[in-house]
Write a protein that binds this ligand. Sequence first.
Ligand SMILES: [Zn+2]
Length: 411
Amino acid sequence: MNIYLAIIIGSLLAAWFLGVLSDRLSARAMRPAPPEELADVFDAETYARSQAYTLASMKFSTVSETFNTLILVLAILAGGFNLLDVLVRTAGFGPLATGLAYIAALALISGVIGLPFEIYHTFVLEKRFGFNTTTPGTFVLDRIKGLVLGAVIGGALVAGLLLFLRETGPYAWLLCWGFAVLLSLGLTYVAPTWILPLFNKFTPLEEGELRGKLMAFADKAGFELSGIFVMDGSKRSTKGNAFFTGFGKRRRIALFDTLIKEMDADEIVAVLAHEVGHARLGHIKKRLATGILKAGAVFYLMSLFLDSAGLFAAFGMEHMSLYAGLVFFVLLYTPLSLALGVVANAVSRKHEFEADAFAARTTGRPDAMISALKKLSASNLSNLTPHPLTVWLEYGHPPVLARIRALAAGR
Ligand SMILES: [Zn+2]
């Protein structure tokens, strides 16, 4: 058997199996009553709903993962990638346009296959548990905007990579790396003003107790904040959140309107303090630096495999091409991407504990951070007892109980 084919099919199946196994284990790890620390916000009914939601979400992901893996494996084994290539080539475009058309066609096919699952997730699953507030109109508009943005950004990225790879010989990967890093930094820079407003409305937080307390905290912590914005998260879901956008002096915080509705001012200050913690403790810079280094390693690896005849043989290709090589490398990279994901999650969970501790220390109110976490987990119907394998594979945040215990212990 072709070694590349074995690696790709083997890792796709391994990823699928780990996902299903993790769900099974987490389903079995469920307990009849909520942990003591959370009994005040999870009454019997809420707790039962959180378990039902966890189980329904797992069932959904098992079905969709199984379906997606099956389709992908069948497409690889049945020569679907070659078939599409032969089809696109009949259009007689130049090499760059052919490459863009091939990758666009693949993206469209996968989007169409995923669409019924997205519709079910939003309008059946999330709706059943009272989370969904997305109207069909918003859903359709989101898809159209996403398609246009994806075409512009993805098209620019792929076109840049194909041009560099074609023209610049053995060091092409270095140029690809530089280009991809500049593109993603540029996108992060313009996101708050150009991209995010396409999807949500951001209004400055009005004067009042909350704004006063947030500004007082930022002042006390010596943290420059160019703005506090309220985002209409309630347009899509009842779930609450908060996040920073922009760099340095252009940094602003966006609070979901759903979060403001649910929490009191001290709890929201704790949430802000947690986010400030990520910045102050260097988490954001570390993540950026590792992301850049990782991209360099990925592009270097890519340069080693891009013209490997064996890789093209694995997909039954009649023609070799840079664009198909890019796609196949992404699939070949699956096992490494899984492993790196586990490491990235572990680092992220460590950072979350540190940011919680930072918030408790700088606000002097660990209890406010704890009650913010409790409210969030109850309103999001979080699974309180995920199995360690699930945490290891999927959790970028520690389970809420671990965070509460660490805060209560002053760690
Ligand atoms: Zn965090």
